[in-house]
Design a protein around this ligand. Structure first.
Ligand code: SIN
Length: 355
């Protein structure tokens, strides 16, 4: 009988006790999978996995993504080395982010093992994007729920990567930054339906998100920074203190993470394996946003009424939503647009306050 026990943190993630990741039964793996979907990041103590066992555990979750930018383990390219040497000033991953959000199919998650730790410091912080989304005020939820944000890797890993006061410049420690410049920026919904939990999650992050489609840059930055301030509240964040043998496994679609850089003059070496993910989708009920629809505000088409948001993006909304106080009725359907319900006028979201 398994002694596996899951102890959730109040803010983000859960500890899993009573399990040996090198010798998991099928039933234990199922319990871990369920806990992972529910909590977004799992913490394990006293595991002492070999590099081979690390790879075998990762393979249970899916295909391993061999990192394009980080220095690879000499014998096992599946393992990316995340290291800070005593004379390095900056660290890798020292700014809130979600790995690979710049990919068309962002990575499912990563399994990080502590191999060499400073005497103190070097925690990894995690933030729950499910809780952050759930605790947004209703107006902000409505404001972002059909928007798509643009994610880029160029400014972080590319040849022209810039150092910021928070992020620092760690490009000297990347195994290869050439590929970064060839990558094309991608857009993902700002609110996704999580592929494992089925819950709505906020999907933008301070490192890789650079714009919001169809929105003026300044306005987008104000909106994004408001979301970042909200998402890094103590209510949704947890600091994981590493010990020899600790393992953390996180879901990039559910949490952000950030490595603390508070151990000057000491070495910290982590082994990371990342697992391939999938394309991310907006919750089905929010999937009907379409920039070309904005010109058709006022028309009634299958499924609802065409509305234009304050950001100029068109969408189809259910007729009953036109009764919402934050939606203002505007517009006429174009001549060629069949008005199958002339009683339903066009609608537009009213000016929502900045968060
Ligand atoms: C990372 O961003 O993957 C590194 C996290 C850490 O070193 O704690």
């Amino acid at each position: 009988m398994s002694s596996l026990a899951v102890h959730p943190n109040e803010t983000c993630g859960a500890f899993v006790h009573g399990v040996d990741l090198a010798n998991l039964t099928l039933a234990e793996f199922d319990q871990i999978k369920a806990a992972f979907a529910e909590h977004g990041v799992l913490f394990f103590r006293a595991q002492h996995l070999t590099t081979r066992q690390h790879i075998e555990f990762a393979e249970r979750w899916g295909e391993i993504n061999v990192n394009r930018f980080f220095t690879a383990h000499m014998d096992h390219p599946e393992i990316a080395i995340v290291a800070k040497e005593p004379d390095d000033e900056t660290n890798i991953g020292g700014y809130w982010h979600s790995d690979h959000s710049y990919d068309v199919e962002p990575a499912l998650g990563s399994i990080l093992i502590a191999r060499e730790l400073p005497t103190s410091g070097g925690d990894t912080q995690f933030a729950s994007m499910r809780r952050a989304y759930e605790q947004l005020d209703t107006r902000t939820k409505h404001r972002i729920e059909r928007l798509r944000a643009v994610h880029s890797v160029h400014h972080v890993f590319g040849a022209g990567a810039y150092a910021s006061a928070d992020r620092g410049d760690f490009t000297d420690r990347l195994g290869n930054s050439d590929g970064a410049d060839e990558m094309v920026d991608v857009a993902h919904p700002m609110v996704i339906r999580h592929p494992l939990s089925g819950k709505n999650v906020l999907y933008v992050n301070p490192t890789f998100t650079i714009a919001i489609e169809g929105m003026d840059h300044g306005e987008a930055m104000t909106l994004l920074h408001g979301l970042y301030d909200h998402a890094t509240s103590d209510d949704f964040t947890f600091d994981f203190a590493w010990e020899p043998g600790s393992v953390a496994m996180w879901d990039n679609r559910a949490v952000w993470h950030s490595a603390r850089n508070d151990y000057p003059g000491q070495r910290r070496v982590m082994h990371r394996i990342t697992i391939e993910g999938c394309a991310l989708e907006a919750p089905p009920e929010l999937q009907r946003a379409d920039p070309t629809l904005a010109q058709r505000a006022g028309a009634t088409i299958a499924g609802g009424v065409v509305a234009a948001t304050m950001d100029g993006i068109g969408m189809v909304i259910e007729p009953e939503r036109t009764k919402r106080p934050d939606i203002e009725i505007v517009g006429e359907a174009p001549e060629d647009e069949p008005k199958d319900n002339p009683a339903e006028p066009g609608v537009s979201f009213g000016d929502l306050p900045e968060i």
